[in-house]
Design a protein around this ligand. Structure first.
Ligand code: HEC
Ligand code: HEC
Length: 358
């Protein structure tokens, strides 16, 4: 747990109080970027329980080693049998109370790891309260859920399994069902001395999730000095993403997922409607007024595949999402040329999707 302390300090610094101006925020961004890159890579190793990540993307000659946007690293080393067991469980409907839903029902890997709906549909048609994010590249995030209430992927699983609007299940039920499957029990015995337990089910699924990185997007190839990987519009988009200050929040290897920020830094995003419980964001976790409307900055990797956008699914397209971001996070209106370029950059963030055997 050697990283916990430094990560906490980091949050405190990154949740910028309102009175700090955006200019200061952007100036601070480069400092934060360096610190968070160090922190996120440390976390990444930590997440692999002590096994160091393999050398990053062999053959990559970085265009700018100090840039705040970084290529996706190699997945952490893992036992392929454990990854395969996790994949099997990710697709296993016995994890839900009435055997109707698996993780894959709401996180469709071949379509980008989300469900394409505004709100997910759980057990018995129950409608969720918040948009489902992708699971792809989740191993790179510093916390899980929109409000960051789970620290690890293992912890995240408990939330989902027990949520009455999702899988509505319980560990005693799940373990009883899985224990009636001798072939599965055997696979657990081969991998873990303790065999089939809640902890090993979570460990297998989380190990599988950490393997779900999507390297080799056009943008990654460009970061690794392949000039032809991006067209001129996307290249202008990269520069604009930095100049407008998007990069002060969306940064690092996942282009997001390494800090909490308020939704509505430069204007009241929730002014025109009654905020819902989910809108309160991190306030639901800490109970602190300063955390109202604060969310984990989402990763923008593969963002072109995961419409609709925002925790409330209010933006149907990338164009709308970027316009809203400019207005409420930066206090800017974006001319249509710049908007098209930024969207071209975001579309270049689609990487190689994991090929998971059915
Ligand atoms: C009924 C649909 C549904 C099912 C089934 C489901 N999820 Fe999710 N998942 C969601 C929603 C909605 C969220 C966002 C919840 C929130 O942030 O409060 C989420 C969030 C996540 C996150 C956090 C991602 C991030 O960016 O913070 C991960 C990881 C995840 N789910 C993995 C899983 C796993 C593993 C399973 C199976 C054990 C699973 N999900 C089952 C809908 C679902
Ligand atoms: C002050 C921090 C901050 C800045 C600056 C910022 N964002 Fe965001 N961005 C966020 C947060 C927080 C969210 C999540 C909002 C929510 O849904 O609650 C978000 C969400 C998004 C999303 C939706 C992602 C998804 O999966 O739903 C996109 C796309 C996006 N931002 C792009 C941009 C672009 C492009 C810029 C620059 C024009 C930008 N952002 C500037 C913090 C920021």
């Amino acid at each position: 747990m050697r990283n916990v302390k430094s990560r906490r300090t980091l949050h405190a610094r990154e949740i910028m109080p309102k009175q700090i101006t955006l200019a200061v925020a952007i100036l601070a961004a480069s400092v934060i970027a360096v610190v968070t890159i160090v922190a996120s890579s440390a976390r990444y190793e930590h997440a692999t329980s002590g096994i160091a990540a393999e050398p990053r993307v062999e053959r990559c000659r970085l265009r700018d080693p100090r840039a705040p946007l970084r290529p996706i690293p190699n997945p952490p080393r893992a036992d392929p049998r454990e990854v395969a067991l996790g994949a099997r469980l990710f697709d296993d409907k016995r994890l839900s109370s009435d055997d109707s839903i698996s993780c894959a029902s709401c996180h469709v890997l071949a379509l980008g790891g989300a469900d394409g709906r505004r709100l997910s549909v759980g057990i018995g048609g129950a409608i969720g309260a918040i948009n489902a994010p992708t699971v792809l590249n989740s191993g790179l995030l510093f916390a899980q859920f929109w409000d960051g209430r789970a620290q690890t992927l293992e912890e995240q699983i408990d939330g989902t399994l027990h949520d009455p609007a999702e899988m509505a299940s319980s560990w005693p039920d799940i373990l009883a069902k899985l224990a009636r499957d001798p072939a599965l029990v055997q696979r657990f015995r081969e991998l873990y001395p303790e065999g089939l337990e809640a902890a090993t089910v979570k460990r297998a699924i989380a190990t599988f999730e950490r393997s779900l990185l999507t390297p080799d997007s056009a943008f990654d190839r460009w970061l690794c000095s392949d000039d032809a990987a991006l067209d001129s519009s996307a290249i202008r988009g990269v520069a604009l993403f930095t100049e407008y200050g998007c990069v002060s929040c969306h940064q690092g290897v996942a282009i997001g997922g390494n800090m909490f920020q308020k939704f509505g830094v430069a204007g009241d995003y929730f002014a025109t409607r009654e905020p819902t419980a989910s809108d309160r964001g991190r306030y639901n976790v800490t109970g602190e007024l300063a955390d109202r409307y604060v969310f984990k900055v989402p990763r923008l990797r593969n963002v072109a595949l995961t419409a609709p956008y925002f925790h409330d699914a209010s933006a149907p397209t990338l164009e709308v999402a970027v316009t809203v971001m400019a207005r409420y996070q930066l206090g800017r209106t974006i001319p249509s040329d710049d908007l098209a370029d930024i969207v071209a950059f975001l579309r270049a963030l689609t990487g190689e999707l994991p090929r998971v055997a059915p």
